[in-house]
Write a protein that binds this ligand. Sequence first.
Ligand code: THU
Length: 133
Amino acid sequence: MKDEELMQQAVEARQLSYSPYSNFKVGAALLCKDGKVFLGANVENSAYPLCMCAERNALYNAMMNGYKRADFVALAIAADTDAPCSPCGACRQVISELFPRDGEILLTNLKGDSYKTNIDELLPLAFSGDDLK
Ligand code: THU
C-alpha cells in the first residue's frame, strides 16, 4: 500500500473520534504485513486523564485482533494541525514498546503535508523492557 493511501485512511479514521471536550479529532491507521489495516481514533472522557489517543487505539485494536509487533509495517497519524501531526509523549512510549524499530511512522495533516519518521527519531534514548533486566 502506498504511503498516501495509509495517510488517507488515518484522515478518514478521524470520523471515529469521540472528542467532545477538545473537539480535536485524531486518526491513525496501522498497516500490517498481510495488508490488513487497523484504525484508531481518540476517545475522550469527562474525567480528562482517561482520554485515549488515536495511535494507541490503533495499536491496541490490532493486538486485540491477534496481531503483534512483528506484523506491523507502518503507522499513519492525522489531525487538523498546521504541521504534520506528531504523537504525544505517552504514545511515543507505547509505540516504542509495540511497534518495530524499522517501522515507518507517517505524520500528516488535512492540508496533505507529511513527514516520514521512525520511533528512534521520535523517542531517542527510550526506556524499555531491557532496562528492567
Ligand atoms: N491526541 C491523540 O489522539 N494523539 C496524540 O498523539 C496527541 C493527542 C488526542 C488526545 C485528546 O483526545 C486530543 O487529542 C487533545 O489532546
